[in-house]
Design a protein around this ligand. Structure first.
Ligand SMILES: [Mn+2]
Length: 317
C-alpha cells in the first residue's frame, strides 16, 4: 500500500470556531503551506500532537497547555499560544506564550507580528470571544459598528452550518489569509445565508428558553441524543443564561456512549469550573478540565446526577 506522508514543515493545531479560524488565517499568511488540524478540546489536541512525527514546527493555538498536552510535546518543537488563564506558564517541553484579556488570534498576531491589515479579523475574534479590547474599539470606530458586528456574525454563522466540515474551515481561512473579510468570501457568505435563512439562531435560543432549568444560580439544560442546538451549542445556552441573570450555565448533552458536559461561569469571581471538572472526572474516571469560567467533560451515562448535585452545591458557595 502506498503511504502518503505529509512533509510540510509546520503544523497548526487550533479550534474550529471564530478564534481558531482567525488564528488559522493569520498563520497561513505567515506560512502558506502550513498543515492545519481543527480540534474541539485539549485532549483532542494532545491526540493530534501525539500522531505528528514529521512536522518540524508545531503550533498549538487557543488550547490551554495541560500535563497531557505537554507530555506529547516531548522531543518535538512545539509552541503553545493561548489566552486562557494557565497554571503551567513555563515548561521545558514547549515554548509557552500566554496573554489574557484578548482572543487567542490576537495573542498569535502579536507573537507572529502579523501585519495591520489583519486588525479587522483579529478584532472580530476579540468581539466573538467577548473581549472588549482597545483594538476592537479602534476597528469598530474606524469601520463602523454595524459593518463589523455583521462581519463577526457572518464568520460565526458560517462554520456552524456544518460543524464537522474542516475542509470548509481550511479553505475559508486560506481565503481570509489573503486579505479578505468574511463577507467578501463567497463560500463563507453562502454558509452564513443558509444558517440565517433557516433561522437557526432564534430556533436554538427558543429551544434553550423552553427547556432551561432553574437551579438557584445555575441554569441547566439537558439534551437527548436526538436534540440539537443547530450548531450553536453553548453559545445559545450562554445567551439565555446571561439574559436571565444566572451565575453559571451547564449543558448536559447525551451522546452515543457518554454525556458531554459544558460548563460556563457568567460572572467574575465565581467558583473555578476548570478545577471542578478536573476533580469530578478524576473521581469518576473520564476526561475533563478547562478554565475558571469555561470547562468541559465527558462523563459516563450514569454520572450526570452526581455531577448535577455537585454543581448545584458549588453554585451555592
Ligand atoms: Mn479562544
Amino acid at each position: 500500500m502506498l503511504e502518503y506522508k505529509d512533509n510540510r514543515e509546520t503544523h497548526l493545531i487550533t479550534r474550529g470556531n471564530v478564534d481558531g479560524l482567525v488564528s488559522a488565517s493569520i498563520f497561513l499568511h505567515h506560512e502558506p503551506l502550513t498543515r492545519i488540524s481543527f480540534v474541539t478540546s485539549p485532549s483532542a489536541a494532545a491526540a493530534v500532537l501525539s500522531k505528528d512525527q514529521t512536522s518540524r514546527n508545531i503550533f498549538v493555538v487557543d488550547i490551554s497547555p495541560d500535563e497531557t498536552l505537554l507530555h506529547h510535546c516531548e522531543g518535538k518543537e512545539v509552541t503553545v499560544v493561548d489566552h486562557h488563564p494557565c497554571r503551567l506558564s513555563k515548561d521545558e517541553r514547549a515554548e509557552i506564550f500566554v496573554k489574557e484579556g484578548k482572543s487567542a488570534a490576537s495573542v498569535l498576531s502579536s507573537y507572529l507580528g502579523a501585519p495591520e491589515s489583519f486588525d479587522p479579523l483579529v478584532a472580530v475574534a476579540d468581539y466573538v470571544e467577548y473581549f472588549d479590547t482597545p483594538l476592537m474599539d479602534e476597528v469598530w470606530t474606524e469601520y463602523g459598528t454595524k459593518k463589523m458586528t455583521r462581519e463577526a456574525k457572518i464568520l460565526d454563522y458560517s462554520w456552524r452550518a456544518n460543524i464537522t466540515d474542516d475542509i470548509f474551515r481550511y479553505r475559508a481561512a486560506l481565503r481570509m489569509s489573503q486579505g479578505s473579510l468574511p463577507s467578501e468570501v463567497p463560500m463563507i457568505y453562502r454558509r452564513y445565508l443558509t444558517v440565517q435563512n433557516e433561522r437557526r439562531w432564534p430556533r436554538a435560543v427558543s429551544i434553550v428558553d423552553e427547556r432551561i432549568q432553574h437551579m438557584g444560580d445555575l441554569g441547566m439544560l439537558e439534551l437527548s441524543r436526538r436534540d440539537s442546538l443547530l450548531g450553536f451549542g453553548t453559545r445559545a445556552l450562554v445567551h439565555v443564561a446571561k439574559r436571565r441573570g444566572f451565575r453559571y450555565a451547564a449543558l448536559f448533552h447525551r451522546r452515543e456512549n457518554h454525556i458531554s458536559v459544558s460548563l460556563r461561569g457568567l460572572r467574575r469571581g465565581g467558583a473555578d469550573l476548570g478545577v471542578f471538572a478536573e476533580d469530578f472526572t478524576s473521581r469518576y474516571g473520564v476526561s475533563g478540565g478547562g478554565h475558571p469560567t469555561s470547562a468541559g467533560a465527558r462523563i459516563p451515562l450514569d454520572c450526570s446526577l452526581p455531577m448535577m448535585r455537585e454543581l448545584i452545591a458549588l453554585s451555592k458557595t
